[in-house]
Design a protein around this ligand. Structure first.
Ligand code: BTN
Length: 284
């Protein structure tokens, strides 16, 4: 076992690989103390022809990123921060399916340890209403001979609330905050890779509907009143469903149905009896 200067257990590829039951996810697996972003290196590897399943993990990132250009912070030894090179046979317009697939895979792995994450479209896993995991799917390099996608996952494991930047403390959580303990990082990574590969296999076999069924069972948005922010405009709507391509279907307050493939959705909570009040969903 390797330890960081702070005494934290560092993941080593050989140890993770030993218990890995996947066919190609995590094969090969590269682990680093620090990178700019695991998505950056995975993209570089994809450009060089890396095979599907190639996985890059970092204990910390100097330029970790989330959706909409947000920063993603992960502390050494306290999270699982990694990216996987995918070579999906689906066209780029359907990459939203990959994000939903990843959310299902990570959720299933966490469920093995008694956590019950909810999924908030498109990419957030929440525990007790707070964000525990974010997923960022990016299109692979243009010069790559084959289509590729980079699937980046950030999961909060053993942070205390003080470990999060102050503006995130009320909306972020970790497995440790939730249960007082965390599963072994090595084992959890093996299980996540295995569940991700399983769910990705459904997509590869043209069975995205199977992903969708699992996704819907964990979705917290169905039927909810929400505020949608999209490309500089915002509007109120009710969430109807997620469609078979991963788009969010909402009915706007003027009665039209819109299909969202991007944007932010925040839930509105009704205040009894008549007036309504806006409340930001924790985890946004
Ligand atoms: C989000 O919720 O906005 C997505 C967060 C994704 C964070 C992960 S951490 C591993 C990978 N590398 C990055 O720079 N981002 C993703």
């Amino acid at each position: 076992m390797r330890r960081s200067p702070a005494g934290l257990k560092i993941l080593i590829p050989e140890a993770v690989s030993k218990g890995l039951t996947t066919r190609f996810f995590g094969k090969p697996l590269y682990c680093f103390n620090q990178l700019t972003s695991t998505n950056d290196l995975a993209r570089e590897l994809a450009r060089g022809g890396a095979s599907e399943g190639t996985t890059v993990l970092a204990e910390s990132q100097t330029k970790g990123r989330g959706r909409h250009g947000r920063k993603w912070v992960s502390q050494e030894g306290k999270s699982l921060t990694f990216s996987i090179v995918l070579r999906p046979s689906i066209p780029q317009e359907r990459f939203a399916e990959l994000t939903l697939t990843a959310a299902v895979g990570v959720a299933k792995a966490l469920e093995r340890h008694g956590f019950h994450p909810a999924i908030k479209w498109p990419n957030d896993l929440l525990l007790s209403g707070r964000k525990v995991c974010g997923i960022l799917t990016e299109v692979g390099p243009k010069k790559d001979k084959m289509t590729s996608a980079i699937l980046g996952i950030g999961l909060n494991l053993s942070q205390s609330s003080a470990d999060f930047p102050s503006d995130l403390r009320s909306i972020a959580t970790s497995l440790k905050i939730q249960k007082g303990k965390t599963p072994d990082r090595e084992v959890l990574l093996q299980e996540i890779l295995s569940k991700l590969e399983e769910a990705y296999g459904w997509v590869r076999d043209g069975k995205f509907l199977r992903v969708l069924t699992e996704w819907r069972q964990r979705s917290i948005l169905n039927g909810k009143q929400v505020k949608v922010s999209l490309g500089g405009r915002s509007f109120f709507a009710q969430v109807l469903d997620v469609d078979e391509r991963g788009g969010l279907l909402v009915r706007t307050d003027i009665g039209t149905v819109e299909r969202l493939t991007a944007g932010e959705v925040e839930t509105l909570r009704l205040k009894a009896p008549a007036s309504t009040r806006k409340t930001k969903t924790k985890g946004n």
